[in-house]
Structures are given as structure tokens and as C-alpha cells.
Design a protein around this ligand. Structure first.
Ligand SMILES: [Fe+2]
Length: 457
């Protein structure tokens, strides 16, 4: 564990105006030396980026000398990329698989119980308030509904609004039904990337990392949290322009314009605070293949045990250096964009314990789930595209669409496959032991080896 410098508030400066811009490290200032990526991390990212090749000038040179090198782009790219989960599933368009991925795919935890309807569960995405580009297809509203039968969910219907028309489709209508599912998956993809992945993990955790780095140096929670923030500010600094900037992946590849992307992100961030647990979103009925909820509650339970043991063992020192926690609490409250800033205060040890569990849960399990499954769902254009384009629209440009699709599968591949610091190999011993103990509840949803120590990609 590296020690902080003598002047952390100078080195860790916030971006923008407190309470107005969402709390984060100012990406225009240099990354403090102590949190620069390790060489092992660089090597890991390099290995996984190989299929996209062009960043490796040495290989470019070597293969061009051999006369065998082709930059991996163009019509073949999508079939040359390594198979993703949906490509390995002959039943990828079946209704059963549709249900399975709503439960256990890259955007979990979105089903809500519904009363007084023919269906018992629904997932909906309100997309209409955001602006789509000319020629882009993005339903203004999408809702998938599910009925509960003997501990399983079955899809009931999909309702969506497109170009001011409301359409409800049922599993019996062939082409229309397949279109409805494709539109739904596309809307889900936009919200997966912006809300669940970028907002809830990368940016949400950035504000806690900032308050932590700026204030905590002697309090034992430095030891507890330090490794769970490894790589976060660095990837957010690198990734900000790659993913959400004007030329970023989401505005480029989806039908949303850059301003709308920011809108979705900010709206989600303003909703979040650390007084939360996965039980809030857990489905109230037992469902056999609901692997996410089972894994999420197991993870929360084991982290609660882990953190509470740490607090018991470090009680006097946590109290001695409580003034650092007061500093952290003040930074969190001042810079939060939430309307209920008081929810960011850390008033006592109980709050601090809850905060630590919340941070570790998001930096490990939740980010690993939404990040590492990106290629499973987003690595196959036929199955899910983050942007859909109307071929009949005068703005339709097939070359541009192809480029966007290429960007999607390449980025998904790299982001999902950098597996730097799995807990089970690199975590502290007590945490490794607990993870192993809970593996039966976690594994059907996500392999243990996919759960990383921190958000670093
Ligand atoms: Fe990520």
C-alpha cells in the first residue's frame, strides 16, 4: 500500500463547481504519481487489446514486413472477433433466453413487481426525454413484461413507443415480435452503459475515492479501502473522453446525442447515496434462475461480515483518527449533486461501516458484473446494438453504421476482458476466504475469478 503525499488536497482537485458538476477528479490535472497504473496493469490491458492491433506499432511493422497483416476492421471484423456468449447460443433469439438475460445479463436488477395487471414483473426504459440523432431509431419508451409461473418468469409482452406510435407485441407475432425484442435490447444497452456501468460504478465511486484520497491517511480504513480504489481515477481520466466525450463511444455508437448521454448520467447519479443495499431491489418471489439476486445478497452478506470484523479489530484507531472521517464526510456532502446531501454525511461508526460495505460492493462485485458481461451481450450486433439506424431515412449512411458496429464489438471485447486483480488471487486473505465460502451462491451468476478488487477498466 502506498502512502499519501503531505498535500493530498492540492493533488486531488475536484472538477467544476461543488454541488453543480457531479463530484469527480479533475481530469485536466495530472494523475498523482501514487495512483498511476502499475506495469502489470499496462501489460494486462495490452494483451487484451491485441485483437484491435492498430495500437501496437511494433506488430504493425512486423506483420507488414511479413506481408500478412491486415488491420482488423471492415465487413469481416464482426465475425473475426472472438465468439461472445450469444454467438455460442443457438437459442439466442428465443423467449427463454430473453428472460434469462433480463435476470442475469449485463444490466441486472431492473425488474419491478407490478400489481393489478396480467403480468407480475416489468422492466421499463424512459428514453423519450433524450434526443436521438437524425436517422437513429430509439423508442421513446420500452417496457418488457413478465408473468410468474411456478418459480419461473415468462415473457408476456413488450410495449414500446416509436415515432409517436404505441405498439404492444406478444410472443405470437413473428417479425414484429423479434423487432420489439431487438428495440428493447437496444434501449436497455444505452441505459446499461450510462446508468449501471458509468454512473453507478465509475462515477459514483469516483466521488468516494476523491473524499478518501483527500482526507484519509492515518485512519485504518485507508488499509481497508485503498486497494479497492486502485485504477479508478486513472481509468476515469482515460475513459472519460473515450466513452462519453463528444467523440466518445456512447454518443458515437448510440442514437443519443452527447448532451443526452450526460443527462442520463447526471440523473442517475443524483439518485444515488450510500444508504442502500441490494435487498431494496431484490425480487420478492423465488425464481429458480434468478442468479443475480442470490449472488448480490451473498456478496453483501460476506462484505458486511468482512467489514464488521475489520472494525472490531481496529476500533481504537478508527476513533483516534475520526477527524479524517469528518473531513471525508464534509467533502462528500459539499460536492454531492444529490438533492438530499445529508445522506452523504458520515455521522458515526455505523454510517462508516455501511459506507465501506457499499464502496467495496460496487468496486468489486457490481462493477465486475456490469463490466465483465459487456461482451456477452454487446459483442454480437445481430443480438444487440447500442445504436439502431433507419435504413429508409435520408441520413442513413451504411459505411458509418458499419464503423459504429465495429467500434461496439472492439470496445466491448477490451473492456470486458481486462481482468486485473481478481479478489480470489490478489485480495486480502480474510476476504478471499469469505468469497470462497460463499462461492455456491455467487457462481451460478458470475465466475468467482471474474470478481475484481477494483474498477480499473
Ligand atoms: Fe468499467
Amino acid at each position: 500500500m502506498k502512502q499519501s503525499s503531505s498535500n493530498p488536497k492540492e493533488k486531488f482537485k475536484y472538477y467544476g463547481t461543488p454541488g453543480k458538476d457531479f463530484a469527480r477528479f479533475d481530469v485536466n490535472s495530472p494523475l498523482p504519481k501514487e495512483i498511476e497504473p502499475t506495469r502489470r496493469y499496462e501489460a494486462e490491458v495490452g494483451l487484451l487489446a491485441l485483437p484491435t492491433l492498430s495500437i501496437f506499432s511494433f506488430f504493425d511493422w512486423l506483420f507488414s514486413k511479413l506481408g500478412r497483416f491486415r488491420t482488423m476492421t471492415g465487413p469481416k471484423l464482426k465475425t473475426w472477433m472472438p465468439s461472445n456468449l450469444s454467438r455460442l447460443r443457438p437459442d439466442k433469439f428465443s423467449d427463454e433466453y430473453f428472460v434469462e438475460r433480463r435476470l442475469n445479463g449485463f444490466n441486472p436488477g431492473k425488474l419491478n413487481r407490478v400489481e393489478g395487471e396480467e403480468w407480475q414483473y416489468a422492466v421499463n426504459y424512459h428514453t423519450g426525454i433524450y434526443k436521438a440523432e437524425p436517422g437513429g431509431i430509439l423508442p421513446e419508451y420500452s417496457e418488457a413484461r413478465f408473468v410468474l409461473r411456478d418459480r419461473t418468469l415468462q415473457v408476456h409482452s413488450i410495449k414500446y413507443e416509436l415515432k409517436e406510435q404505441t405498439i404492444t407485441c406478444f410472443p405470437t407475432q413473428d417479425k414484429q415480435w423479434e423487432d420489439a425484442k431487438y428495440y428493447f435490447r437496444s434501449a436497455e444497452y444505452v441505459f446499461q452503459e450510462i446508468q449501471s456501468h458509468l454512473a453507478r460504478t465509475h462515477m459514483n465511486m469516483d466521488q468516494y475515492a476523491m473524499a478518501f484520497y483527500r482526507n484519509v491517511s492515518k485512519n485504518p480504513i485507508r488499509e481497508l479501502l485503498y486497494d479497492h480504489f486502485e485504477g479508478l481515477l486513472s481509468i476515469n481520466k482515460r475513459g472519460a473522453s473515450l466513452i462519453i466525450g463528444n467523440q466518445g463511444f456512447i454518443p458515437e455508437a448510440s442514437a443519443l446525442d452527447p448532451k443526452s448521454v450526460d443527462g442520463v448520467l447526471i440523473e442517475e447519479l443524483a439518485r444515488l447515496n450510500y444508504h442502500w443495499s441490494p435487498a431494496i431491489q431484490e425480487l420478492p418471489d423465488p425464481i429458480d434462475n434468478n442468479h443475480f439476486d442470490r449472488a448480490a445478497s451473498a456478496m453483501w452478506e460476506l462484505l458486511s461480515r468482512y467489514v464488521s470484523e475489520f472494525f472490531e479489530n481496529n476500533q481504537p484507531e478508527i476513533q483516534t483518527y475520526w477527524y479524517e472521517i469528518e473531513g471525508m464526510s464534509a467533502d462528500l456532502m459539499t460536492h454531492s449533486i444529490s438533492t438530499s446531501k445529508e445522506k452523504f454525511a458520515i455521522n458515526n461508526q455505523e454510517d462508516l461501516q455501511q459506507l465501506c460495505v457499499y464502496i467495496i460492493y460496487h468496486c468489486t462485485f457490481f462493477h465486475s458484473w456490469v463490466n465483465n458481461k459487456q461482451y456477452e451481450d454487446g459483442g454480437d450486433i445481430e443480438y444487440a446494438a447500442i445504436g439502431l439506424w433507419d435504413e429508409g431515412d435520408p441520413n442513413y449512411n451504411p459505411k458509418k453504421v458499419e464503423k459504429r458496429h465495429d467500434a461496439q464489438v472492439k470496445l466491448m471485447w477490451t473492456l470486458a476482458n481486462v481482468h486485473y486483480n481478481p479478489i480470489i488471487e490478489y485480495g486480502p486473505l480474510p476476504l478471499r476466504k469469505l468469497l470462497w465460502e460463499y462461492r455456491d451462491r455467487i457462481e451460478p451468476g458470475i465466475p468467482l475469478g471474474w470478481i475484481m478488487m477494483s474498477i480499473n477498466i
